[in-house]
Design a protein around this ligand. Structure first.
Ligand SMILES: Cc1ncc(COP(=O)(O)O)c(C=O)c1O
Length: 430
């Protein structure tokens, strides 16, 4: 197989089956939704000082399951992880003039929700191996305005949360875990999401468990839980009658989860271990298959952590392989398997940060920070993040359902085939 003509040069691809749709929804999810539809109560929320302020039956059941599984005191279901991050940051009293240190290698919502509170994100560089925020870089970025750290367990691997918590304690900072990509990963024996002051999960269509749109915030902190729940459901009109009139900063929105979403999420959450296991099995199969390829490094797994593989992210060494990364990626794609060079552009390179314009046209919330002129979003800010994104990351999502272990073998075969036919590939591009 390895020596046959490359698909990019007109040969037969290793895999020419159509890409199967990602679908983990089955009969149990269907009947759970039908039960809700039959009940006629599609949402249980009412905004006001009533019992229904806390949501419907399925929403509360989902919250109970999260509390039990993660052994935490509070769980608040919301309609997305973006909403969850916004509520959690708001509930941590983060606002205008504050700074929150985060990573540039993440989905944009991690940082945009910081802006939505009126604070500004300060980007720290990432760790060369885990691809998560680097604790040493966090320390270098702490200023008198720093109020918290938003650590992301990116691609399914925990950030160095033990060290991050130590730093946070020393400087009296909040730690928010964006755990959208890492449900059920572990760090020193503890589930991610439970290690910081609050953790946020996502159930959007790409996530390990899905319900359309949705998310959950977990925390042991009563004040964070109460304020986050208030923000979810127009809390400003309910706090006084709930006897919490001292809590004035509870501007609320509608981040409520519907009963249908909660019903699907409940079924999916029961399957979370199995959903994770199949990804881990497929990831391990690729790791084993590429271990002897000099120039491609399998995802690192820290000895005190487990990986839940949202994406399978490798490091590519162009000098060793001898093929420009993007050409290599294109050639493997043509063999029939998804591969991408880079992840997202480091967030500070987006126009929002380059121009420091977010709300209106006057520069809020950047202008509300007394250090605005010193805060840099220039290219070169996080050299490790930029190098990995521009030159070294190659990632695939073929560890998702319904790919098989045979697909993993064929993916490895595709990589080997491209490398074995390097000369033909390079000469075709001259
Ligand atoms: C790391 C990270 N944070 C936050 C989000 C936002 O999740 P949601 O789509 O549920 O708002 C995502 C979604 O892709 C994510 O990957």
């Amino acid at each position: 197989m390895s020596n046959t003509k490359l698909a990019i040069l007109g040969g037969t691809p290793v895999n020419n089956k159509p890409v199967p749709p990602y679908n983990t929804i089955g009969a149990d999810e269907k009947s759970a939704v039908l039960e809700v539809l039959d009940s006629g109560e599609l949402s249980g929320f009412v905004a006001g000082p009533y019992d229904s302020f806390w949501g419907g039956k399925k929403v509360r059941e989902l919250e109970e399951e999260f509390k039990k599984e993660y052994n935490v005191k509070y769980a608040i279901a919301v309609n997305s992880a973006t909403s969850g991050l916004h509520c959690a940051l708001h509930a941590m009293n983060i606002g205008s003039g504050d700074e929150v240190i985060t990573t540039p290698i993440t989905m944009s919502a991690t940082a945009s929700t910081i802006l939505m509170t009126g604070a500004v994100p300060i980007f720290a560089d990432i760790d060369e191996d885990t691809f998560c925020i680097d604790p040493e870089s966090i320390e270098k970025n702490i200023t008198p305005n720093t109020k918290g750290i938003a650590a992301v367990n990116i691609f399914g691997h925990p950030a160095n949360l033990k060290r991050i918590n130590e730093i946070a304690k020393k400087h009296n900072l909040f730690v928010l875990e964006d755990n959208a990509q890492a449900p059920h990963a572990k760090h020193y024996g503890k589930y991610t999401g439970t290690i910081g002051d609050a953790g946020v999960f996502s159930f959007n269509r790409h996530k390990t468990m899905q319900c359309g749109e949705g998310g959950v915030i977990i925390t042991d902190n009563e004040e964070i839980a109460f304020k986050a729940a208030c923000m979810r459901n127009h809390g400003e009109i309910a706090v006084e009658e709930m006897g919490k009139k001292d809590i004035v900063n509870t501007i609320g929105v509608n981040y409520r989860m519907t009963e249908m979403e909660a019903a699907v999420a409940l079924v999916q959450f029961k399957k979370i271990k199995q959903l994770n296991k199949t990804r881990i099995d497929r990831a391990n199969r690729i790791t084993d298959g590429i271990k002897n390829i000099d120039g491609i490094t399998a995802p690192y797994v820290d000895k005190d952590s487990t990986h839940s593989y949202y994406f399978y992210v490798m490091k590519y060494d162009e000098a060793k392989i001898g093929i420009p990364r993007d050409l290599f990626v294109e050639a493997v794609m043509k063999e029939g398997y998804y591969l991408r060079g880079g992840y997202v552009t480091p967030l500070y390179q987006h126009a929002l940060y380059q121009q420091k314009i977010c709300f209106g046209d006057k520069g809020f919330p950047f202008t509300a920070n007394p250090r605005n002129n010193e805060i840099s979003y220039e290219k070169g800010l996080c050299p490790v993040a930029e190098r990995l994104h521009e030159k070294e990351f190659i990632l695939t999502n073929i560890i998702y359902e319904p790919y098989t272990l045979e697909d993993m073998d064929n993916f490895i075969e595709s990589i080997k085939k491209v490398i074995a036919n390097k000369d033909e590939l390079l000469s075709s591009k001259m």
